[in-house]
Design a protein around this ligand. Structure first.
Ligand code: GNR
Ligand code: NI
Length: 193
Protein backbone atom coordinates (compact mmCIF):
# COMPACT_ATOMS: atom_id res chain seq x y z
CA UNK A 1 0.00 0.00 0.00
CA UNK A 2 1.09 3.54 -0.66
CA UNK A 3 0.06 7.13 -0.07
CA UNK A 4 -0.19 8.82 -3.47
CA UNK A 5 0.69 12.47 -4.23
CA UNK A 6 -2.24 14.78 -5.01
CA UNK A 7 -2.63 17.13 -7.98
CA UNK A 8 -3.48 20.72 -7.06
CA UNK A 9 -5.70 23.25 -8.86
CA UNK A 10 -5.16 24.77 -11.42
CA UNK A 11 -3.17 21.76 -12.70
CA UNK A 12 -4.58 21.04 -16.21
CA UNK A 13 -4.41 17.28 -15.52
CA UNK A 14 -7.44 17.81 -13.23
CA UNK A 15 -9.37 18.51 -16.49
CA UNK A 16 -8.82 14.98 -17.83
CA UNK A 17 -12.00 12.93 -18.37
CA UNK A 18 -11.45 9.53 -16.75
CA UNK A 19 -11.99 6.30 -18.71
CA UNK A 20 -14.32 3.54 -17.45
CA UNK A 21 -12.69 0.55 -15.74
CA UNK A 22 -13.01 -2.46 -18.09
CA UNK A 23 -12.15 -5.16 -15.53
CA UNK A 24 -11.75 -4.93 -11.76
CA UNK A 25 -8.39 -6.70 -11.71
CA UNK A 26 -5.45 -6.74 -9.27
CA UNK A 27 -4.14 -3.44 -10.64
CA UNK A 28 -7.49 -1.71 -10.01
CA UNK A 29 -7.75 -3.29 -6.54
CA UNK A 30 -4.26 -1.98 -5.70
CA UNK A 31 -5.30 1.49 -6.90
CA UNK A 32 -8.43 1.32 -4.70
CA UNK A 33 -6.38 0.39 -1.61
CA UNK A 34 -3.81 3.14 -2.27
CA UNK A 35 -6.60 5.68 -2.83
CA UNK A 36 -8.34 4.69 0.43
CA UNK A 37 -5.05 5.02 2.33
CA UNK A 38 -4.40 8.42 0.71
CA UNK A 39 -7.95 9.66 1.50
CA UNK A 40 -7.68 8.66 5.18
CA UNK A 41 -4.16 10.05 5.53
CA UNK A 42 -5.08 13.44 4.03
CA UNK A 43 -7.65 13.29 5.76
CA UNK A 44 -10.58 13.64 3.38
CA UNK A 45 -14.11 12.27 3.05
CA UNK A 46 -13.66 11.28 -0.59
CA UNK A 47 -11.07 10.90 -3.32
CA UNK A 48 -11.31 10.49 -7.10
CA UNK A 49 -8.55 8.75 -9.09
CA UNK A 50 -8.17 11.97 -11.14
CA UNK A 51 -6.68 13.66 -8.06
CA UNK A 52 -3.83 11.13 -7.94
CA UNK A 53 -3.27 11.50 -11.70
CA UNK A 54 -4.88 8.15 -12.60
CA UNK A 55 -7.57 8.76 -15.18
CA UNK A 56 -9.86 5.81 -14.46
CA UNK A 57 -13.44 6.03 -13.10
CA UNK A 58 -12.62 5.04 -9.52
CA UNK A 59 -13.80 6.82 -6.35
CA UNK A 60 -13.47 6.11 -2.62
CA UNK A 61 -15.68 7.82 -0.01
CA UNK A 62 -16.09 7.65 3.75
CA UNK A 63 -18.23 10.44 5.18
CA UNK A 64 -18.53 8.81 8.63
CA UNK A 65 -17.16 10.62 11.68
CA UNK A 66 -15.42 7.41 12.81
CA UNK A 67 -13.85 6.69 9.37
CA UNK A 68 -15.44 3.23 9.46
CA UNK A 69 -17.82 3.38 6.45
CA UNK A 70 -15.56 3.06 3.41
CA UNK A 71 -17.31 2.80 0.04
CA UNK A 72 -15.56 1.97 -3.22
CA UNK A 73 -17.34 3.18 -6.36
CA UNK A 74 -16.07 1.98 -9.73
CA UNK A 75 -17.71 3.39 -12.89
CA UNK A 76 -20.23 5.29 -10.73
CA UNK A 77 -23.43 6.66 -12.27
CA UNK A 78 -25.95 8.89 -10.57
CA UNK A 79 -29.60 9.77 -11.14
CA UNK A 80 -31.01 12.89 -9.52
CA UNK A 81 -34.13 12.12 -7.47
CA UNK A 82 -36.68 14.94 -7.14
CA UNK A 83 -35.99 18.65 -7.52
CA UNK A 84 -34.69 19.49 -4.04
CA UNK A 85 -31.34 21.31 -4.01
CA UNK A 86 -29.18 22.13 -1.00
CA UNK A 87 -26.24 24.47 -0.42
CA UNK A 88 -23.20 22.97 1.32
CA UNK A 89 -19.81 24.36 2.22
CA UNK A 90 -17.36 22.37 0.06
CA UNK A 91 -13.64 21.87 0.21
CA UNK A 92 -11.27 19.78 -1.91
CA UNK A 93 -7.93 18.10 -1.27
CA UNK A 94 -6.85 19.45 -4.68
CA UNK A 95 -7.79 23.02 -3.62
CA UNK A 96 -6.26 23.17 -0.13
CA UNK A 97 -7.45 25.88 2.26
CA UNK A 98 -10.41 26.94 0.10
CA UNK A 99 -13.99 26.40 1.29
CA UNK A 100 -17.06 27.84 -0.37
CA UNK A 101 -20.76 27.23 -0.88
CA UNK A 102 -22.04 25.08 -3.75
CA UNK A 103 -25.67 24.25 -4.57
CA UNK A 104 -26.41 20.69 -5.74
CA UNK A 105 -29.36 18.30 -6.02
CA UNK A 106 -29.93 16.75 -2.57
CA UNK A 107 -31.17 13.20 -3.31
CA UNK A 108 -29.47 10.89 -5.80
CA UNK A 109 -29.48 7.22 -6.72
CA UNK A 110 -25.98 5.82 -7.10
CA UNK A 111 -25.06 2.77 -9.21
CA UNK A 112 -21.50 1.47 -9.36
CA UNK A 113 -19.27 -1.58 -9.00
CA UNK A 114 -17.65 -2.24 -5.63
CA UNK A 115 -14.03 -3.34 -5.14
CA UNK A 116 -15.11 -6.95 -5.78
CA UNK A 117 -16.51 -5.90 -9.15
CA UNK A 118 -20.09 -6.55 -7.98
CA UNK A 119 -22.86 -4.05 -8.83
CA UNK A 120 -24.12 -1.94 -5.92
CA UNK A 121 -26.87 0.68 -5.78
CA UNK A 122 -28.15 2.94 -3.03
CA UNK A 123 -29.87 6.25 -2.43
CA UNK A 124 -27.83 9.07 -0.94
CA UNK A 125 -28.66 12.48 0.51
CA UNK A 126 -26.91 15.07 2.66
CA UNK A 127 -23.12 15.04 2.83
CA UNK A 128 -22.82 11.59 1.19
CA UNK A 129 -24.73 12.89 -1.84
CA UNK A 130 -22.60 16.06 -1.96
CA UNK A 131 -19.39 14.06 -1.72
CA UNK A 132 -20.34 11.56 -4.46
CA UNK A 133 -21.39 14.38 -6.81
CA UNK A 134 -18.09 16.20 -6.04
CA UNK A 135 -16.12 13.02 -6.86
CA UNK A 136 -18.08 12.32 -10.06
CA UNK A 137 -17.28 15.90 -11.13
CA UNK A 138 -13.55 15.11 -10.70
CA UNK A 139 -13.91 12.06 -13.00
CA UNK A 140 -15.47 14.42 -15.56
CA UNK A 141 -12.62 16.94 -15.27
CA UNK A 142 -14.58 19.35 -13.10
CA UNK A 143 -13.47 20.99 -9.81
CA UNK A 144 -15.87 22.60 -7.27
CA UNK A 145 -14.34 26.06 -7.84
CA UNK A 146 -15.85 25.90 -11.37
CA UNK A 147 -19.17 26.69 -9.63
CA UNK A 148 -17.75 29.91 -8.09
CA UNK A 149 -17.44 33.35 -9.73
CA UNK A 150 -14.64 33.93 -12.25
CA UNK A 151 -13.22 36.51 -9.85
CA UNK A 152 -12.93 33.90 -7.06
CA UNK A 153 -11.52 31.29 -9.49
CA UNK A 154 -8.76 33.70 -10.54
CA UNK A 155 -7.86 34.60 -6.94
CA UNK A 156 -7.77 30.91 -5.94
CA UNK A 157 -5.58 29.97 -8.93
CA UNK A 158 -3.09 32.78 -8.21
CA UNK A 159 -2.89 31.86 -4.52
CA UNK A 160 -2.37 28.14 -5.19
CA UNK A 161 0.21 28.62 -7.97
CA UNK A 162 2.28 30.73 -5.53
CA UNK A 163 1.83 28.26 -2.66
CA UNK A 164 2.83 25.34 -4.92
CA UNK A 165 5.89 27.27 -6.11
CA UNK A 166 6.84 27.91 -2.46
CA UNK A 167 6.34 24.22 -1.57
CA UNK A 168 3.63 25.31 0.88
CA UNK A 169 0.81 22.93 -0.20
CA UNK A 170 0.11 19.89 1.99
CA UNK A 171 0.56 16.32 0.80
CA UNK A 172 -0.93 13.41 2.80
CA UNK A 173 1.45 11.59 5.12
CA UNK A 174 1.44 8.25 6.90
CA UNK A 175 1.24 10.06 10.28
CA UNK A 176 -2.27 11.27 9.39
CA UNK A 177 -3.84 7.80 9.65
CA UNK A 178 -6.22 7.25 12.60
CA UNK A 179 -6.61 3.81 14.19
CA UNK A 180 -10.19 3.49 12.85
CA UNK A 181 -9.07 4.46 9.36
CA UNK A 182 -6.38 1.80 9.61
CA UNK A 183 -9.10 -0.75 10.55
CA UNK A 184 -11.20 0.24 7.51
CA UNK A 185 -8.17 -0.29 5.27
CA UNK A 186 -7.43 -3.70 6.80
CA UNK A 187 -11.11 -4.74 6.30
CA UNK A 188 -10.96 -3.70 2.64
CA UNK A 189 -7.68 -5.55 2.19
CA UNK A 190 -9.16 -8.70 3.74
CA UNK A 191 -12.31 -8.40 1.59
CA UNK A 192 -10.12 -8.24 -1.52
CA UNK A 193 -8.28 -11.39 -0.48
O1 GNR B 1 -12.44 15.97 2.11
C1 GNR B 1 -13.29 16.53 1.41
N1 GNR B 1 -14.29 17.22 2.01
C2 GNR B 1 -15.39 17.69 1.34
C3 GNR B 1 -16.22 18.59 2.01
C4 GNR B 1 -17.36 19.07 1.41
C5 GNR B 1 -17.68 18.67 0.15
C6 GNR B 1 -16.87 17.80 -0.56
C7 GNR B 1 -15.74 17.32 0.04
S1 GNR B 1 -14.73 16.17 -0.81
C8 GNR B 1 -13.18 16.49 -0.08
C9 GNR B 1 -12.15 15.48 -0.56
C10 GNR B 1 -11.95 15.70 -2.04
O2 GNR B 1 -11.33 16.61 -2.50
N2 GNR B 1 -12.51 14.84 -2.84
O3 GNR B 1 -12.43 14.99 -4.16
NI1 NI C 1 -12.13 17.14 -4.49
Amino acid sequence: MAILPLLHYPDPRLRTIARPVATVDDQVRRLVLDMAETMYAAPGIGLAATQVNVHLRVVVVDVSEAQNDLRVLINPEITILGSDTKIHQEGCLSVPGVYDEVSRPDRIEVRALNAQGDPVSFIADGILSVCIQHELDHLNGKVFVDYLSRLKQGRIATKLVKAERDGALPQPEEAGLSATAHNSLMRLKAALG
